[in-house]
Design a protein around this ligand. Structure first.
Ligand code: A2P
Length: 280
């Protein structure tokens, strides 16, 4: 990958720009509008939001005001947990797309797997609605987020369409290798949320030492490391200087030896959010 507009190919043939601009915690209103607008100006072509972030309207405003052609952009949003199920999903999608002001979405994700009762049925009903929206041409690709193999396998057993993406927490020190291997063997692209461990990794001495060798920041090292592991990073920031920094990662390559060192870091900077335990 040599630029933010280089693409991964999803399992349905759709191409997805290799770095996404994350918008979690980008406050709705001018902050989110400015951040997304600036990101697109700088060359980000892939924007990741979610119904629960509460900023779909602002993301939509930035897209509408951008001079970049809609077809050049790749927009993702996610279905929130309270809307799971067939009919509720169709309605939630309608709301999201209206807020975004879009005619179609590039990627729609189930934000978290159901984790209380009747989980397989709920996930499968939700997925059926995703498949309908996909077949109706309203979404170019569909996927999941925070699904572990024991959530994915039952979904695959009843699905007509294999998820194109699984967006999980993924960064040095938290690599979820079982989920990653499962997805790789089923041709499901891994997207990395919190590629910087939500900032928790940035002072790590080991990562700092490696980053310095390349004259890069730890943030840039973490983002590049995701790409070199064939996962798609979604760094987020509302700070202009950092938004720019996080995309200046196409002018260096982490050596194989350093990749191995980083891959072996264990238990660092995890959020503690486990899909079977979260209570939201
Ligand atoms: P802010 O949005 O205030 O700039 P992650 O993508 O892993 O969740 O990390 C996001 C967090 O890290 C946010 O708090 C963001 O802060 C901060 N951040 C993003 N990019 C950088 C960077 N290049 N250097 C330092 N902190 C960063």
């Amino acid at each position: 990958m040599n630029s933010p507009n280089d693409k991964f190919k999803l399992n349905n043939g759709v191409e997805i720009p290799c770095i996404g601009f994350g918008t979690w915690q980008a406050p709705d209103g001018q902050t989110a509008v400015d951040a997304v607008r600036y990101a697109v100006e700088l060359g980000y072509r892939h924007i990741d939001t979610a119904a629960i972030y509460g900023n779909e309207k602002s993301v939509g405003k930035a897209i509408a005001e951008s001079e970049t052609d809609r077809k050049e952009l790749f927009i993702t949003t996610k279905l929130w947990n309270t809307e799971r199920g067939y009919d509720t999903t169709l309605k939630a999608f309608e709301k999201s797309i209206q807020k975004l002001g879009l005619e179609y979405l590039d990627l729609y994700l189930i934000h978290w797997p159901a984790n209380k009762e009747n989980t397989e049925k709920i996930n499968s009903d939700t997925w059926k609605a995703f498949e309908k929206l996909y077949k109706d041409g309203l979404i170019r690709s569909i996927g999941v987020s925070n699904f572990l193999p024991h959530h994915l396998q039952p979904l695959l057993d009843t699905a007509e369409i294999i998820p194109a993406v699984n967006q999980i927490e993924y960064h040095p020190g938290y690599t979820q290798s079982e989920a990653v291997e499962f997805c790789k063997s089923n041709n499901i692209l891994i997207q990395a949320w919190s590629p910087l461990g939500s900032g928790r990794l940035l002072q790590d001495p080991g990562l700092t030492e490696i980053a310095e060798k390349y004259n890069k920041s730890v943030a840039q090292l973490c983002i590049k490391w995701c790409l070199q592991n064939d996962t798609l990073p979604l760094p987020k920031s509302v700070t202009p200087q950092r938004i720019a920094e996080n995309i200046r990662i196409f002018d260096f390559t982490i050596s194989e030896t350093d990749m191995k060192v980083i891959n072996q870091i264990s238990d660092l900077g995890g959020s503690g959010l486990h899909p079977d335990k979260v209570d939201f």
